[in-house]
Design a protein around this ligand. Structure first.
Ligand code: PYC
Length: 322
């Protein structure tokens, strides 16, 4: 077995694993080839074009899983940032990742590279503020978020019509409160199939975000039965794993819809619960041109400090996705 292009010279990669509300982040701190010159968006493109085999080696089975979000640390475009980050998962790069940003900040603290205080991360979606609190919580000041389209209808395979909003929170989301399946952890398989059906229907109907970008995250967001929670969500990610955390970019997109509807005031706290019961707190400030500036607060914990070994004789050295 020879390495596919892009993995040829790599035999080991250093990473810090963490989880944010149950959702894993694998922060790649060394061993990845230099992505060269260019903006973070250009380097994200190069990452997708030239290093897909390495992405799979890090994020997919047998070293990773469909749930793992990778976070490749790269030099930032903006000198204020402690690092640039390219997030990726089992199918490709992301634009931003809220739970991942919280995981990266805690991993940098674990490495002794930062202390509690104000920091910045540079991402392909834009500069993101990150306040590391003394108690370990992290508040992410996310990129400007907005509702792109309201009450969009899609027809599912069984002719059911589902209505929802299309919104940007650092990734593209279709957000609906409608679900025939209760948002309970034991229903994750049925919820996955339902959300996948919505995603297919959006694609078939040609419904996309701004600039024709694919709506690759589906969020079902309903009232929560848990006292003190404003809502519970189920977010299907692009690689068809569901987010164990309440999804930072998904919560940002939801806040943008609440702000547009006038149902959540600027500065008010929104407590967003995930399917497994983890919680993010979200607030928003007004941004420009009708957008909002969301702040998402959550906690992450380091779970491993690893050296990933890439053995060229391993037939699955660059991973596979089920
Ligand atoms: O927290 O933004 C997020 C996220 C996106 C995909 C998985 N988690």
């Amino acid at each position: 077995m020879t390495y596919p292009a892009g993995a040829a010279t790599v035999t080991s990669i250093e990473a810090i694993d963490s989880h944010t509300g149950g959702e894993p982040t694998r922060t790649v701190i060394s061993g990845f080839p230099d992505l060269g010159e260019g903006t973070l968006k250009q380097r994200r493109d190069r990452f997708a074009r030239e290093h897909d085999a390495l992405r799979r080696a890090i994020a997919c089975e047998p070293r990773g899983s469909d749930v793992v979000v990778g976070a490749l640390l790269v030099p930032p475009d903006d000198a204020r940032a402690v690092t640039g980050v390219i997030f990726f998962n089992n199918v490709g790069p992301l634009w931003m990742c809220g739970h991942g940003a919280i995981g990266v900040i805690r991993s940098l603290q674990f490495l002794g590279r930062i202390e509690p205080g104000q920091h910045w991360l540079d991402t392909p979606a834009g500069l993101v503020g990150a306040r590391l609190h003394e108690d370990g919580r992290v508040s992410i000041d996310n990129v400007p978020s907005y509702r792109h389209a309201r009450d969009v209808s899609v027809t599912l395979m069984d002719e059911r019509v589902v209505q929802g909003d299309v919104a940007w929170g650092g990734n593209w989301f279709f957000i609906t409160p409608e679900t025939p399946i209760p948002l309970e952890p034991n229903h994750w398989r049925d919820l996955t199939a339902y959300a996948e059906d919505i995603r297919r229907a959006l694609e078939e109907a040609g419904i996309r975000g701004a600039d024709g970008l694919e709506i690759d995250h589906i969020e079902i967001n309903t009232a929560s039965p848990t006292p003190g929670m404003d809502a519970r969500n189920f977010v299907l990610c692009p690689g068809l794993a569901y987010d164990r955390s309440p999804c930072g970019t998904g919560t940002s997109a939801k806040l943008a819809c609440l702000a547009a509807d006038g149902t959540l005031a600027a500065g008010a706290v929104w407590r967003q619960e995930s399917l497994i019961g983890s919680v993010f707190e979200g607030t928003w400030r007004p941004g420009e041109d009708g957008s909002i500036l969301p702040t998402i607060t959550g906690s992450a914990f380091v779970t491993a400090q690893s050296r990933l070994v890439l053995d060229p004789t391993d037939p699955f050295v660059c991973g596979f996705s089920g």
